[in-house]
Design a binder for this molecule. Structure first.
Ligand SMILES: Cc1cc2nc3c(=O)[nH]c(=O)nc-3n(C[C@H](O)[C@H](O)[C@H](O)COP(=O)(O)OP(=O)(O)OC[C@H]3O[C@@H](n4cnc5c(N)ncnc54)[C@H](O)[C@@H]3O)c2cc1C
Length: 332
C-alpha cells in the first residue's frame, strides 16, 4: 500500500502572483520537509497558474502540481474541494498546509472530512516532533489567552497557518524542481454557484492586514471625529487604523477595521492601542504583535498586561503630544 510522504503546500495565487501566505507556507514547509528528510511539494489550482510554478520552486518547493481549468478561475467550494481531494489522493502527502485565509478556512475542514482526517485551524507554530515524526501544531486557544499543541493520528495531517506567522525563504531563482500537470479538473455538473461579479474592497492607504504599524482605537475614543486623530498618527507612521468592536458597532469606523476574534488578525511590528481595554476577544486579533503600546486612563486595564509600553492618561491629552513628537522625529 502506498505511504503518505512529504509535505504539501496549497499555494494561493492572487492577481497573477503567488500570495504572500503561499511564500510563507513554502518557507515553513521547507523546514518541515527537511526535518522529515522528505520532499516539499506545492499545489497551484486555477485557470492560469502554470507560470507561477517556477516561483513556487524559487521559494522552496521541490515539486509543483498544477491543476488548470477555466472553471477554476475563481475559488468555489464545489469546484475546488473535489479537485484538491483528487490531488491529495494522488500525491499522498503526510502533511498538508493551507493559509488561514478565506479559502483555507473553507477548504481545509471540508477536505479533512472527505479524507477522513483532521484539520487544525489557525496555527502559529509548526514543528516535526523528533521522536514520533508527527506534526506538532500550536495554536492560540481561549480567545488568545493560552496556546495548545495538537497532533493528529490520521493522515494527511492538515493545518491552516495564520498570515505572517511564518517567514518566507529568500527567493532563489536558481533552485531546480519538477512541475507536474494533474488532470483533476472539476466536473461542471457539481458546481452549484456562479461568480457574477467581484467587487474589490476599497481601502485608502495601506490595508490593515499588511500594515507594519497599526493604530487602533476603542470605545473610549467616543466618536468618528476622534478617529481622525488616530488616522493622522497612522499616516505619519505609514500605518493603518484599526478598532475594537464598539467603534465598528457604533459606525464610527467601517466594520472591516475590526481587530479580534470576529475581526481581522494583524501582526504589525507596532500596535498602538488607544482607549481600548484589551478584552481577550480583541487581543485574539493582535496578540502576535511583540510591540504593543497602550494609552488608557485606567491603570488597571487589561491592555497594560499585554503592552510593552504604556501611558496611563486621557488619550485626548496624550495622543496630540505623542503625534507631535512623532511628527518631529519623522521630519528628522
Ligand atoms: C463572541 C464575541 C466576539 C467578539 N469579538 C470581538 C472582536 O473581534 N474584537 C473586539 O475588539 N471585540 C470583540 N468582542 C467584544 C469584546 O468582548 C469587548 O467588549 C470589546 O473588545 C471592548 O472594546 P473596547 O476595549 O473598545 O471597550 P471597553 O472594554 O469599554 O474599553 C474602553 C476602554 O477605554 C478606556 N478609556 C475611556 N475613555 C478614555 C480616555 N478618554 N482616555 C483613555 N482611555 C479611555 C477605558 O478605561 C477602557 O479601558 C467580542 C465579544 C464576543 C462575546
Amino acid at each position: 500500500m502506498a505511504e503518505y510522504k512529504g509535505v504539501m503546500v496549497y499555494a494561493e495565487a492572487a492577481e497573477g502572483k503567488l500570495a504572500a501566505i503561499a511564500t510563507e507556507l513554502l518557507g515553513c514547509g521547507r523546514k518541515l520537509a527537511d526535518d522529515l528528510g522528505e520532499e516539499l511539494s506545492a499545489v497551484l489550482v486555477g485557470s492560469e497558474v502554470s507560470s507561477l510554478a517556477r516561483e513556487a520552486i524559487a521559494f522552496g518547493a521541490d515539486k509543483v502540481y498544477i491543476v488548470e481549468d477555466r472553471l477554476l478561475k475563481d475559488y468555489q467550494t464545489d469546484a475546488y474541494v473535489p479537485v484538491m481531494e483528487r490531488v491529495v489522493k494522488q500525491a499522498m502527502p503526510q502533511v498538508l498546509l493551507l493559509g488561514q485565509t478565506s479559502i483555507g478556512r473553507d477548504l481545509a475542514p471540508r477536505l479533512a472530512f472527505r479524507l477522513e482526517t483532521t484539520a487544525t485551524m489557525d496555527c502559529i507554530e509548526l514543528e516535526i516532533e523528533p521522536e514520533s515524526k508527527r506534526l506538532w501544531q500550536t495554536k492560540p486557544v481561549y480567545g488568545g489567552n493560552a496556546r495548545a499543541i495538537f497532533t493528529s493520528e490520521s493522515e494527511p495531517q492538515i493545518a491552516t497557518v495564520r498570515a505572517r506567522a511564518m517567514s518566507p525563504l529568500e527567493r532563489d531563482a536558481s533552485r531546480q524542481g519538477e512541475v507536474i500537470a494533474i488532470e483533476a479538473g472539476p466536473d461542471p455538473s457539481v458546481i452549484r454557484t456562479r461568480v457574477l461579479e467581484k467587487v474589490p474592497q476599497e481601502v485608502e492607504g495601506i490595508r490593515l492586514e499588511d500594515a507594519e504599524v497599526v493604530v487602533s482605537g476603542g470605545r473610549g475614543i467616543g466618536s468618528a471625529e476622534g478617529f481622525k486623530q488616530l488616522e493622522e498618527l497612522a499616516k505619519l507612521l505609514k500605518g493603518a487604523v484599526g478598532a475594537s468592536r464598539p467603534p465598528c458597532d457604533n459606525n464610527w469606523v467601517p466594520d472591516v477595521l475590526q481587530v479580534g476574534l470576529t475581526g481581522k488578525i494583524v501582526v504589525p511590528e507596532l500596535y498602538i492601542a488607544v482607549a481600548l481595554s484589551g478584552a481577550s476577544q480583541h487581543m485574539a486579533g493582535c496578540s502576535g504583535c511583540k510591540n504593543i503600546v497602550a494609552i488608557n486612563k485606567d491603570a488597571e486595564a487589561n491592555i497594560f498586561r499585554e503592552a510593552r509600553f504604556g501611558v496611563v492618561g486621557d488619550w485626548k491629552k496624550v495622543l496630540p503630544a505623542f503625534t507631535e513628537k512623532v511628527r518631529e522625529l519623522v521630519a528628522g
